[in-house]
Design a protein around this ligand. Structure first.
Ligand code: GUN
Length: 281
């Protein structure tokens, strides 16, 4: 049986470190969380982010806009939060309703408050090695590797999924850690031939049990970012956990693997935003 990578425990430790830093220094960081519409998954994520703020000693303020909110309304809210010195981080939960241009919204968030590391300036800084916020989901996976003593240097990391939130920034972080990186996606030919070569597989497809045991190399490290609700109402990862658990060396469970880490890094980034804006450290 592979070693289970316990994202809940690592996430709790990261949040506790954030809390201690805030308490020891009398800091007062604040995260503004924007949600537009009533997507049930987004509601769950936003509630979890607010809960994590409480645990970490970060003040959070929610701004809930209706499903039919206009782009102008959302951009005006972001302008107001950009200008508010009491707000250190701004998170706009994605996806947004179709009438709103996501790229324009992300671009409007002040780079110093962009705790998701989504806007172009911060993404550029990420790829050039300039200091910036850490992209939450990918940096969370790197924290998991570090926590379990897994060094990506020289390893072949195969990332399946090329989203701006996971696949692309994960490629940047893995390159920075000296891995050899291959990014695959829905148009990749003979995907299995590539995933079979992965020492570290990052699965970010969003399809229940997309990866069967024959697609995976013996002894691989599996980071499963996928999370899909099955017809039985249970949550499933992209990787067929039961089929691969005796073949691989490390694997993240779903839920409780990569998911909790996204939020932990968000807490770290909010504290960092506060420190940068207040001229601390
Ligand atoms: N939607 C899915 N993941 C994320 C995330 O990490 N941040 C935001 N803002 N929206 C998301």
């Amino acid at each position: 049986m592979a070693t289970l990578i316990d994202g809940k425990a690592v996430s709790a430790a990261v949040k506790e470190r954030v809390r201690q830093t805030i308490e020891a220094n009398g800091y007062n960081p604040c995260l503004a969380v924007i949600i537009v519409g009533d997507d049930p998954a987004s509601r769950v994520y936003v509630n979890n982010k607010k809960k994590a703020c409480e645990v970490s000693g970060i003040h959070s303020v929610e701004y809930a806009l209706p499903q039919d909110a206009t782009q102008h309304e959302l951009l005006s809210l972001i302008d107001q939060l950009n200008a508010d010195a009491d707000v250190n981080g701004i998170l706009c939960q994605l996806p947004l309703p179709p009438q709103i241009d996501e790229i324009a919204v992300i671009a409007r968030i002040a780079p110093l408050k962009d705790v998701d590391c989504f806007n172009s300036l911060n993404v550029g800084r990420l790829w050039t090695g300039d200091k910036t916020f850490e992209p939450c989901t990918p940096a969370g996976m790197i924290e998991l590797l570090d926590a379990y003593g897994i060094d990506p240097t020289g390893k072949h990391c195969v990332i399946v999924g090329r989203s701006n939130i996971v696949g692309k920034p994960m490629a940047a972080l893995m390159l920075e850690r000296d891995a050899t990186v291959t990014v695959c996606h829905s148009k990749t030919k003979d995907l299995a031939a590539i995933t079979q070569q992965a020492d570290i597989l990052v699965a970010s497809v969003g399809k229940k049990h997309f990866f069967s045991a024959d697609m995976i190399k013996a002894g691989a490290v599996i980071l499963d970012v996928g999370i899909t609700r099955g017809e039985d109402n249970k949550l499933y990862g992209d990787v067929d956990f039961d089929a691969v658990k005796d073949k691989v060396s490390y694997i993240t469970p779903v839920p409780g693997g990569c998911g909790p880490m996204t939020i932990a890094v968000l807490m770290k980034n909010t504290l960092r935003a506060y420190c940068l804006q207040m001229g601390k450290r």
